[in-house]
Design a protein around this ligand. Sequence first.
Ligand SMILES: Cc1cc2nc3c(=O)[nH]c(=O)nc-3n(C[C@H](O)[C@H](O)[C@H](O)COP(=O)(O)O)c2cc1C
Length: 210
Amino acid sequence: MQQIIDDLNWRYATKKFDPVKKLSEQQMETLKESIRLSASSYGLQAYKVLIITDPEIREALMEASHGQRPVVDASHLFVFCAYTKVSEADVAKYIQLISLTRGTDPNSLIGFHNGIVNSIKNKSTEDIVAWTSKQTYIALGQLMHTCASLRVDALPMEGFVPSAYNEILGLDELNLTATLACPVGFRHEADEAQFRKKVRKSNEDLFEIR
Ligand SMILES: Cc1cc2nc3c(=O)[nH]c(=O)nc-3n(C[C@H](O)[C@H](O)[C@H](O)COP(=O)(O)O)c2cc1C
């Protein structure tokens, strides 16, 4: 149990990455798998995660991120994108995946299918985006914890202009919108932020037993 707390104390929002140090393919596979295994509402995974390695695209994204250098210096850049539309066809595809994966009779999933469709059919685009965006934060949390376990550094980021990201990455036509970015890599030895004490509320302020 102490290991979990050690991992979480080790991690910090990395402000300066060592541009020379790169993640191994194996580390990347583990990070991707941790995102893939993330929990999501109904299990729909109504998001896509882009992994940006192209230096020119990352330069453009840095400009759309108030000049935050981790976007270009880190080994890899994850961009979490939420779907702006979830259609009945998307739900049907998901139901088919459950049926194939578990060998379940599709007829037994009709109630589940209809329940999801009923819950989304009257939602405005704004409500859909609010809902799908929340799911990306869960995946980000899981990515960050996995990074810490692997002793890989990360910076969770919402400090960017989503419309600029959407344009640079051509997301509008894919019915996606950028919600979060997360550069991952290895801390620079000169990153002052790694030496700062964690600032957190006390248990008394944060928790209440009722
Ligand atoms: C959703 C989210 C968005 C954040 N966006 C940024 C960001 O754009 N730039 C940045 O430098 N830090 C960003 N942070 C980092 C927080 O400032 C940092 O996590 C917080 O101060 C706690 O410090 P620690 O993570 O080092 O423990 C973000 C954190 C979260 C969870």
